[in-house]
Design a protein around this ligand. Sequence first.
Ligand code: B1M
Length: 222
Amino acid sequence: MEELYQKLAECVESGKINKAAPFPPNMKGQNGSEEITKQLLEAGAEAGEVLEKSLIVGMSAIGVKFRENKVFVPQVLMAAKAMSTSMEQLKPLFAAGINTRKGVFVIGTVEGDLHDIGKNLVAMMVEGNGYEVIDLGTDVKAEAFIEQLEKTPDCTLGMSALLTTTMVNMEKIVKEVKAKYPEQKICIGGAPVNQDFCDKIGADSYNPDPQGVVEFLDNMAS
Ligand code: B1M
């Protein structure tokens, strides 16, 4: 069983979806995350164990490599695809009550901003590291964040902005959320955002990359 967990982690990190997938070329013809997840579950592995021992391990590894510029967006997207292929088999088991999720993370790109590639990478990486992710999409207004907060009060909020013009909206949203829920944890990111801006608007954490968000959430959870 341990060998299968390790093999699945490698498939996630390499973006090997299934046997038929041609990517990555050096794993052509080998089983991918789809087949190995099936083998693990048939062998009696618990969904939470598969998540922890394989998906989180693989996604953390790719997250670190991405931060170090050893891999780029396409490889991360392939890893996320391999992770979600496995998650498709695990999700019904989590829904059946074997829920070992670490917490809930709500993310959106702020009002006026339609850029979602970076936000999606953050969402995938956080999900792959064991959190339930609620993705509110793009152009998300303060009311939508607040409405979601009322449904999932224990969540952490994440906000992304890619335009200097929408940083102003990020500030407005953080202030509106904090005015209503002063204890609410909010993390922010996106190309024009930095630590000074985070301090200025009263958000709790600025992270330049998805792995930083995972580390922030893990620190809060521990
Ligand atoms: Co736009 N765009 N765009 N664009 N676009 C930029 C951002 C721009 C820098 C291009 C330029 O002029 N050089 C510029 C912004 C300038 C500025 O504000 N200073 C710009 C502009 C001006 C615009 C429009 C206004 C253009 C126009 O219509 N005149 C318009 C605005 C639309 C709107 O949002 N209302 C617009 C539109 C678009 C497209 C729709 C065509 C498309 C978006 C498609 C999509 O997202 N589905 C697009 C794209 C693709 C870009 C560029 C080329 C790429 C952005 C991207 O996806 N990067 C971009 C130029 C560039 O960056 N080279 C540009 C890859 C992505 C992985 O990186 O999003 O930074 P990024 O995410 C990173 C980190 O920032 C971080 O993690 C990710 C992975 O490392 N991160 C977080 C992101 N969110 C995080 C949240 C966190 C933590 C980390 O915590 C919660």
